[in-house]
Design a protein around this ligand. Structure first.
Ligand SMILES: [Zn+2]
Ligand SMILES: [Zn+2]
Length: 321
């Protein structure tokens, strides 16, 4: 499924099968979860994809050949971070997620909305045996970047989560496992999302612009909506951190300094490191994190994206090959 131009539907197209070069591995894709970032790319909000582009960066598949790291038949996952230079000041200080010349799967590199993909073998991961391909795919971005987002909230006990999609549903389970209390914020009147959050163990679910039942110790903002930033700052206690986990967000409205005062911290999370992936893929089966998925055949990728755009999905959409 190929994006030829932003704001146009993907097209089912036959393209030459990609061949691995040195250090690369060819993967037969089994499942690819749909991420909100894919939507930002298709909708032209992330403005510099390679074109034409095969999107998709939550890939579960089987090694078909190439490289030296994996035997053929090994099950691996491919996330958003697809290549780094290893030499810039970020890479050499444990922050490869910020690499000056990083390349991203399904953005700079063709991704997993396809039968086959070729990727740098250093940026794939063996997948935990506890999960099948469909269940594991959403862990590869919603899980990994969600987990990095959670880490930046420190040891917050009363945790607010804004936007209850795939990342929130996964991270709620991790947060509860860590002994935190979860408060879920959704669009006003989104009863389905609020019920979903409560089923997963959130002790309260309500309107994202309203006050929580008690002061929070930290907040994660997964919805790409700038007006949630002052709302979250208003909901947290002094000294708390509000972490924005998405790659794109509408403008943040002007707000009084008073909302940030009291040593509140506002920060974003960018991409992931390979260490994040290793840590989370080891932790997920111990929680155990369960993913809620709705599957679509590859050729229905546009329908899957439409469902995500309209907020009419429970958990993650996963494309099946
Ligand atoms: Zn670098
Ligand atoms: Zn993603």
């Amino acid at each position: 499924m190929v994006l030829e131009r932003a704001r146009e539907p993907l097209r089912l197209t036959d393209v030459p099968r990609p061949e691995p070069g040195p250090g690369q591995v060819a993967i037969d894709v089994r499942a690819c979860a749909v991420c909100r970032t894919d939507l930002h790319i298709v909708d032209g909000e992330l403005t510099e994809p390679k074109l034409p582009l095969v999107p998709g960066h939550q890939i579960a598949g089987e090694v078909a050949g190439g490289g030296e790291r994996f035997e053929a038949g090994r099950r691996v996952g491919v996330p958003w971070l697809g290549w780094t230079d290893g030499t810039c000041r970020y890479c050499t200080s444990g922050r490869e997620n910020l690499c000056d010349t990083a390349r991203f799967t399904g953005y700079d590199i063709d991704g997993g909305y396809a039968e086959h993909v070729v990727v740098d073998e250093r940026f794939c991961f063996p997948l935990p045996d506890e999960y099948d391909d469909i269940q594991v795919a959403p862990l590869l971005c919603a899980g990994l970047i969600g987990y990095r987002t959670l880490r930046f909230a420190g040891d917050a006990e009363r945790l607010g989560i804004y936007g209850f999609g795939a990342a929130a549903s996964i991270i709620t389970q991790v947060a509860l496992h860590q002994g935190r209390r979860v408060f879920a914020f959704t669009r006003a009147g989104d009863d389905a999302a609020q019920a979903f959050a409560r089923e997963l163990g959130a002790e309260w679910a309500g309107d994202s612009l309203g006050p929580p039942p008690e002061e929070l110790d930290g907040a994660l903002v997964f919805a790409p909506v700038g007006e949630l930033v002052p709302a979250a700052l208003r909901a947290v206690a002094e000294g708390a951190t509000v972490v924005c986990g998405g790659i794109h967000m509408s403008d943040i409205p002007a707000m009084p300094y008073e909302l940030l005062w009291g040593e509140r911290v506002l920060r974003s999370v960018a991409n992931l490191t390979r260490a994040d992936a290793e840590e989370f893929l080891e932790l997920a089966p111990r929680v155990p994190v369960r993913t809620e998925v709705e599957t679509f055949p590859l050729e229905q990728a546009n329908e899957a994206l439409d469902r995500l755009r309209s907020g009419n999905l429970r958990g993650s959409a996963v494309l099946l090959l």
